[in-house]
Ligand binder design. Sequence first.
Ligand SMILES: Nc1ncnc2c1ncn2[C@@H]1O[C@H](COP(=O)(O)OP(=O)(O)OP(=O)(O)O)[C@@H](O)[C@H]1O
Ligand SMILES: [Mg+2]
Length: 289
Amino acid sequence: MVTDDATREPLLDVKNLVVEYPGRLRRGGFRALHGVSLQIEAGKTLGLVGESGSGKTTIGRAILGLAPVTEGDIRFHGRSIARLSGRRRRALSSDIQVVFQDPYTSLNPAMTVADILTEPLLASGTSRRDANERVRGLLEQVHLPANSGRRYAREFSGGQRQRIAIARALCREPRLIVCDEPVSALDQSTQARVLDLLEEIQQRLGVAMLFVTHDLDVVRHVSHTVAVMRQGRIVESGATSQVISDPAHPYTRALLLAAPIADPKLQRIRRQERRAFLSEQTESITAVR
Ligand SMILES: Nc1ncnc2c1ncn2[C@@H]1O[C@H](COP(=O)(O)OP(=O)(O)OP(=O)(O)O)[C@@H](O)[C@H]1O
Ligand SMILES: [Mg+2]
């Protein structure tokens, strides 16, 4: 289990993060994040929820060094990583990894699974023999058959490809994995199996996760803490059980009421509640104006 007693800081500490994408036609660019702060403890999962376009992926990209940090800071394991040079940022890639939503585009279909998994190891100086040995261990860890290494990524189903993507993320023993909607493209039962796998891996390896999702049921399943985003800001955060059972912000409540449930009768009641809630909101907004 990875602990962080060296610094006593959380593993990841994002402070007042502002991200502005440079604009092409509009001068001054587009501000996607307006001062976001969040923390993730070593070995824990923060679920990031919110409507489409609220800035969830942008936070993940900023942590990975793929989005421009305009203001604020990102501290990882006690060190600022918001503005690292290319070489230093690459050195960090063993510590921070990513699993994307679409397992069909995130893996090179023309590479064998063994090549996909050994590539980052060989690039970081691991010997061929050790890398091959590690691939066997990784396949076992994600519950894929031992002979999967010889097959091409295109020969696997969506769920299996996501297991390969998880194995690739685990290759260099990261401390943090950014999971951006990693189960959204999978059917329900495959989703559950991949989520169980991520949980098992976390318990075994103590890796922390930033888990971006639209689905509050998924959040309930995987995350210790949750942050709710709206329009580039975090409107509420806290322990998952608390935020979900007793949401403080009206937007969180609306999100909870919007989540579909299997029972049609309950679903109907929820829909009515949600409608009532939304019209209340509109009235109060009108009243304030
Ligand atoms: N490269 C970019 N250049 C300009 N604007 C961008 C870029 N990437 C994202 N944006 C804008 O930033 C905002 C936040 O986008 P982001 O992808 O972070 O949202 P999201 O919460 O992940 O949405 P979704 O749930 O749909 O994935 C959006 O308005 C989007 O149009
Ligand atoms: Mg996104």
